[in-house]
Every structure is written in C-alpha cells, then in structure tokens.
Design a protein around this ligand. Structure first.
Ligand SMILES: [Zn+2]
Length: 234
C-alpha cells in the first residue's frame, strides 16, 4: 500500500515538471530557456586586416591588424556592458580570417558576413598611415547618403573631444575616397581611422591599454546613445 502511494506521488511530480517545462518552452513566463535573446540591434564590428594581411606598419614596427583587433574587441565589450540587448558580432575575433587570402575577396567576405548577420550597423576599425610621420588624428569615413552614421560619427567625435582626445581630422565622405566595406552595404556603415600609427607619438599613445579603453568607450557610447534614442522615439 505504501509502495503504491509513493508511485502516485512520483507520477504527480513528473507531470508537474512536464507542465512547468512546457510553459518555459512556450515562453509563458516571458522568458524562454529555448528561445534566442531578443536583441534590439545588431552591430558588426570589423577589425581591419588580419591574418595574411598585416595592414600598415607602425612607427615602432607594430602591425595595424593587431591594434585594430584590440580596439575592436574593447569596443564590443564596452557596448555589451552598456547595453546587453545589443548584439555584437565580429568579422574576426582573433588573427585568423575566414575568407580567401587576397584583398578583393577579403573585403567582399566582410560585406557578405555583415549581410548574413542581418546587421543594423557596421563599424570597421582601422589605423591610418602616412609617409609624413607628423600626420596625426582620427577620422570617420561614411557614405554621403547615410545620415545615421553621420550622427553617430559626430557623437563619437564629441565623446572623444570631451575626453581630451583632441585630434579630429573631420568627417570624410566616400564619394571622394571610395571604401568597399562602406560603399557596398545598405546599412549605416562607418570606417573609423583611429589614428596614425606612422606618427611616433600617436603610435605610442595608441598602444596604451588605457587609451584604447577610452577610445572604445567613446565609440560604444555613441552607438548605444543612438540606438537607445531611436528606440525611445518609436
Ligand atoms: Zn587599414
């Protein structure tokens, strides 16, 4: 008799658990273990160059591809900290690249990747280079028909200026300097040249973790402010 009673309770517990799991699965509690997180926006962050392509070579012999990766990953981390509802995806998150080892396929690969991710924003991080080692400063490149990126780039500039990073070379449009990853995407797309690695002082400054963090925070804040503001306006 006692044995039969235990069996009855076990059955009841199993039934209750099944109902609870079914409710969780259907998202009844407003949250489902099995449903993907609902992001408010997706940004693809693209660390320029990588793998076979070192990019420009800095005054101290450092590679552009390493600096772009470091700044891009920091920017993505800052953005996730500011707003976990923003989906951050990278075209590469280490020194390996998923596309063919030539510049044309490389750039096409990055654009295809952004489209596959259904990205809302694309941000490519680069470092500038010049034979003139006194050239310095940052600037953003955007399409002239992309007012969203213009707003975000101006906000990035304001944030950097407020933090004392006073080397703005001004906003540039790809009509005069075509850039594949900016021109071949329909979404807001910015190619941000963070500074000149051929400038001895700027190269040294850009290697510092504290400066990379500061730059990353200024970029991340600009995107988050824009995304949050446009959602509130809806
Ligand atoms: Zn570059």
């Amino acid at each position: 008799m006692k044995h039969r009673k235990n069996k009855f309770y076990t059955g009841k517990i199993i039934l209750t658990l099944l109902v609870v799991f079914a409710l969780i699965f259907s998202g009844y509690f407003g949250y489902s273990l099995f449903r993907e997180h609902q992001y408010i926006a997706t940004i693809v962050i693209d660390p320029g160059h990588g793998g076979y392509d070192v990019g420009s070579i800095g005054y101290d012999g450092s590679y552009e591809k390493d600096l772009t990766l470091s700044i891009a990953l920091r920017t993505g981390r800052k953005l996730k900290q500011l707003n976990p509802d923003i989906n951050v995806v990278y075209t590469r998150s280490d020194d390996t690249v998923d596309w063919a080892d030539n510049e044309e396929d490389d750039l096409i690969g990055r654009v295809i990747f952004a489209n596959e991710q259904n990205a809302d924003f694309f941000l490519s991080i680069h470092l500038n280079a010049s034979e003139n080692t006194s050239a310095y400063g940052y600037n953003a490149f955007i399409r002239s028909n992309d007012p969203v990126s213009e707003t975000i780039a101006n906000s990035m500039d304001n944030n950097l200026t407020n933090e004392g990073w006073l080397y703005n070379r001004g906003l540039e449009y790809t009509d005069s300097s075509p850039l594949y990853v900016v021109d071949n995407l329909d979404i807001p797309s910015i190619l941000f040249e963070v500074g000149f690695i051929t400038n001895p002082q700027e190269c040294e400054d850009l290697q510092k973790t504290s400066n990379q963090e500061l730059i990353a925070e200024c970029i991340a804040n600009a995107y988050n402010d824009y995304i949050v503001r446009t959602i509130e306006e809806k």
